[in-house]
Structures are given as structure tokens and as C-alpha cells.
Design a binder for this molecule. Structure first.
Ligand code: SF4
Length: 341
């Protein structure tokens, strides 16, 4: 148990856990997914919290649980309904995976290895669900927990390396509380900048505190410059105010979501005539420039020049109500530019 860890780094021991949990009992954050012991609610929260802040997730979580309170109810939803409910939360693969997961199981397994077999569940999510929902002795390494351990050990370890270290069961008495306490410690006390070490319940165990060097850990990696891509998008409405939309392919970025006509994304800036040709047989007329939209994806910055236009024939596109369509934030930004037309 935890042998690789014990031989490479000192485990922090029972007093560490005791001090942490006394603090957690008094100071834990009140979060809606902590009002339940239901593994389904805990799993939904863990999917939603990936790459997204707690404040953003809370209303989505309430909405989701009131709409689909169980895995069985989720299994009966269409993918469109799921994507529509997820709209605005970003990283739509998470929503697609939750929907797929509901198609393949009616029960969330308690075993970490069984969790890993389900769609969208990687090492982090498996450890988080196993420990929080089923009290299994695993530590999920998110950004907060990674920072806390780097500082406790005064060691710059990358996240993947730490995650590997914690794939084995750890000597923890109360795993569910322990994991959530570590998450709260990272979010409220051991913050990235100006950690509140004087209020920290585990400062006695913290090597970087002793060395007066907490902010040296974890070492910041220089940010990679995101490549910049370009497109031209066309906002076209019919006489009833419906939008010309089509569904994106089932694979790739923004898969299965709706989009307005837009030229393929590429590094080279598009000329208007060239973008029109790329979207043939759609024949745009009465073109009106509406401005520019920028959107940042994880590894990509997209610049969109937006035009209003009319057409005579929709071809592969359809006239759809924007309120009823699963539109990603990028498309909503583009459409907003065209609200005056
Ligand atoms: Fe983080 Fe400071 Fe606590 Fe160490 S003492 S774990 S650096 S808050």
C-alpha cells in the first residue's frame, strides 16, 4: 500500500489527517453536491467542475439534477436535450460522455477500476468519485490538490507524476472527507498567490512553510502561445426571425452542436469572396459586415469576421429557432453580432 510514495516522499501521517479534518468540520464550503451522498450527483458535479469554476457550475448543477435526478432519467434524454442543458458551460465532450455513460450503465460502480471503464472517466474523475462517493482511499489530483502537495513536500512535481503516485490506495482513515478537505484547503487557504499560511491547519506539516517558500511551488510553466485561426461566419435570418443553422459533425471540436454557416477554420485570413466560394452552393446576397468576434478554446484562438446576409435556398441548412437549438458560446457570440439584422 502506497509503497512507491513512502519510498520517494514522506507520507504525512495520522496527525496531518486529524488536523485537516478538524478544520474541515468547521470551515468546509457549503456546496450543493455536498448535500447528497448520491454517487450520481457527486459524479455530475465532478464532470461539471473539470475546467470550470464552482460559481459557474452551481446553477447548472441545480438545473441538471432537477431535470434528470437519476442515471435512468438521464438515459431517456436525447443528446440534443443534454447539449442544450449544458449550453454555456463549455467543453461539451463532458456532456456527450455523461449521456453515453447513461446509455451503458444504470448504476455507478464503487470500484475505481470499474469507474475507469466508463465513458469520460479518467484517472482523476475515477479517484474523485471513488473517494468522495464511496469512501475509497484514493486522492484525486486536481489543480488545488497538486499545489497543496507540492508545497507540503516543498517539491516541484508535475501533475501527471503526482497523479501516478496516487493511483494506489493511500493510508487514509476518512477518504471522502480527506479529499474534500484537501480541495477546500487549496481553494480557500493554500491559494495560488498569497497563501494564508497563518490560518492553515496543516502548516506544522508543511515543508515550504518551514522554508518560507510556499509560492515557489508548484513551479509555473511558461504559457504556450495558442495558434490563431480565422473564419468568416454568416448570420442569416428568414422572415420569421429564425436562423440558418446546421449541425456540426459528430466528432471534433463542438461536435453535434449547431452552427451558422462559417468557412473552415484555418491559420490564413479568409477573403470574403473565398469564404463565399467555400460555402457554395449557399449563395449569400445583401452582405453586411457586422464586426469581429474572438473566441479562445483551450489550444486555439479563433478570429471570426461576421457578416449579415440573405439567401434564397437553404440547401443542407435549416431554419431553426435559436432558443431551441444547442448553440455553443462561440455561435451565440456570432449571432449576437447579428441581432440588429
Ligand atoms: Fe499551503 Fe501555507 Fe498551508 Fe503550506 S502552510 S499547505 S503553503 S497554506
Amino acid at each position: 500500500m502506497a509503497s512507491s510514495l513512502v519510498t520517494t516522499l514522506p507520507w504525512l501521517g495520522q496527525d496531518f489527517e486529524k488536523n485537516l479534518l478538524v478544520w474541515y468540520d468547521q470551515c468546509q464550503r457549503s456546496l450543493p453536491w455536498r448535500q447528497t451522498k448520491d454517487p450520481y450527483g457527486i459524479m455530475i458535479s465532478e464532470f461539471m467542475l473539470q475546467q470550470t469554476t464552482v460559481a459557474t457550475v452551481i446553477p447548472y448543477f441545480h438545473n441538471w439534477i432537477s431535470r434528470w435526478p437519476t442515471l435512468v432519467s438521464l438515459s431517456k434524454a436525447t443528446l440534443d436535450e443534454v447539449l442544450h442543458t449544458w449550453q454555456g458551460l463549455g467543453y461539451y465532450t463532458r456532456a456527450r460522455n455523461l449521456w453515453k455513460l447513461a446509455q451503458v450503465t444504470t448504476e455507478i460502480p464503487s470500484n475505481r477500476n470499474d469507474l475507469l471503464k466508463l465513458p469520460g472517466i479518467g484517472p482523476y474523475t475515477a479517484s474523485a468519485i471513488a473517494s468522495i462517493a464511496f469512501n475509497a482511499p484514493y486522492i484525486p489530483v486536481d489543480g488545488n490538490i497538486h499545489r497543496v502537495f507540492c508545497r507540503l513536500w516543498a517539491k516541484n512535481m508535475d501533475k501527471a507524476e503526482m497523479m501516478k503516485l496516487f493511483t494506489v490506495p493511500m493510508p487514509i482513515a476518512s477518504p471522502s472527507k480527506f479529499t474534500q478537505a484537501l480541495m477546500d484547503l487549496g481553494a480557500t487557504i493554500c491559494k495560488p498567490k498569497n497563501p494564508l499560511c497563518n490560518q492553515c491547519p496543516v502548516s506544522f506539516h508543511c515543508q515550504s512553510f518551514k522554508n518560507k517558500t510556499p509560492e515557489d511551488y508548484p513551479k509555473k510553466m511558461p504559457k504556450k502561445e495558442s495558434p490563431q485561426h480565422h473564419t468568416i461566419a454568416f448570420v442569416v435570418r428568414d422572415s420569421e426571425g429564425r436562423l440558418l443553422l446546421r449541425r456540426r459533425p459528430d466528432q471534433g471540436l463542438l461536435a453535434h452542436l449547431m452552427e451558422v454557416p462559417n468557412a473552415p477554420w484555418r491559420e490564413k485570413v479568409w477573403a470574403l469572396s473565398e469564404a463565399k466560394s467555400a460555402l457554395a452552393p449557399l449563395a449569400f446576397k445583401n452582405l453586411k459586415p457586422l464586426g469581429r468576434v474572438q473566441h479562445i478554446f483551450t489550444h486555439l484562438k479563433l478570429i471570426v469576421d461576421v457578416y449579415g446576409a440573405d439567401i434564397d435556398h437553404p440547401h443542407d441548412y435549416k431554419w431553426e429557432s435559436p432558443e431551441k437549438s444547442a448553440l455553443p458560446t462561440l455561435m451565440r457570440k456570432i449571432i449576437k453580432k447579428g441581432t440588429s439584422i
